[in-house]
Design a binder for this molecule. Structure first.
Ligand code: HEM
Length: 295
């Protein structure tokens, strides 16, 4: 955001981090989705969603490994450094190593949800929670003193993000299926919980911002704050689509309006795009800038 020379690594690191967020939070949210929609989703759709979650779980492990390699490359300044054992070991000894180990343990437990055609077990849901919150073990919140409250807020924030973003791809699977009454039942159930969880997401996010910003004026005077302004603008647009889904499209689906399904598909695609941009901005601000409260 300020006039700095961007290197290849300054682009590669946030992109790798954003991809890791997307597939991990998508997988965790997918497991939650399988849990609360089990009774209302058809067997064939459930199978497709389980397959999707399985792919996301594998991609999460691969993206997490690739991210560590990109960080090693960034530290050494050349591509060969990505595979340099000294750099890799150094990174694995930091909070990133701990976050990776916790994430992999969570992913393995969450994989239980894709092994059998039944409602995900408590253990699989616990795995999804562990994987989604694993990022909190290596972020800015950990560097704060005391770190308990900010870390807790990041965990709550991440869980709400996983619930919201992780439902979007499974919802697209249902839209493709074309059964309006099932689609309406699922969007109504998702919407009922989402209203509460979006409130939790925003409250936790604002609480965290208050702690990490130090002073309100830092929102305009620091790079961190300016990235946050960009993020909040994108979040406002995302909320617009979510409101359209809940208060316009879901009632029209319940009234069996065929055009509402097309609207829902378009709205979900826009939410996925905006969600991806928000993850990229978040990855950039957590990689390239530091919160004013830590300076
Ligand atoms: C009012 C809305 C929001 C506010 C105020 C907010 C604020 C924050 C803050 C202050 C952080 C900590 C950044 C740091 O460690 O320096 C954060 C982290 C994060 N936020 Fe948000 N956020 C909001 C909405 C969202 C949304 C809608 C998404 C997803 C689409 C999202 C995804 C994330 C992710 C993935 C992290 C990273 C956690 C980590 O790596 O430690 N946020 N957010």
């Amino acid at each position: 955001m300020s006039s700095v020379d961007l290197s290849l690594w300054d682009v590669a690191e946030p992109v790798a981090k954003a991809l890791t967020y997307a597939v991990t939070l998508g997988a965790a949210g997918g497991v939650m989705f399988l849990g609360y929609t089990h009774a209302i989703v058809a067997d064939s759709d459930r199978r497709r969603i389980r397959r999707l979650v399985g792919v996301l779980l594998v991609l999460s492990a691969l993206a997490s490994g690739a991210r560590i390699a990109v960080t090693a490359g960034s530290m050494s300044g050349d591509i060969a450094g990505m595979f340099d054992r000294v750099f890799l070991r150094m990174i694995l000894q930091t909070g990133e190593g701990r976050a990776l180990a916790i994430r992999v343990a969570g992913l393995l437990l969450a994989a239980l949800a894709v092994c059998a055609n039944r409602r995900p077990s408590a253990l699989a849901l616990l795995g999804a929670i562990i994987a989604a919150t694993s990022f909190a073990w290596a972020g800015h919140a950990q560097a704060m003193s005391p770190s308990t409250l900010p870390t807790l807020l990041v965990c709550v924030h991440l869980l709400a993000v996983a619930f919201w973003l992780g439902a979007l791809a499974p919802l697209l699977v249902l839209v493709r299926d074309g059964d309006l009454s099932r689609m309406a039942a699922v969007t109504a159930r998702f919407g009922a919980v989402a209203v509460f969880l979006v409130g939790v997401l925003i409250t936790a996010g604002l609480g965290l911002l208050w702690i990490l910003l130090g002073e309100l004026s830092n929102m305009w005077t620091s790079s961190y704050g300016r990235y946050m302004v960009l993020k909040l603008g994108l979040v406002a647009s995302l909320l617009g689509f979510a409101a359209w889904n809940k208060w316009s499209l879901t009632p029209r689906l319940l009234a069996r309006e065929v055009s509402a399904a097309r609207g829902l598909r378009r709205s979900i695609m826009c939410e996925l795009f905006l969600g991806g941009l928000i993850l990229l901005v978040t990855a950039t601000l957590t990689t390239l800038t530091g919160p004013p409260a830590l300076q």
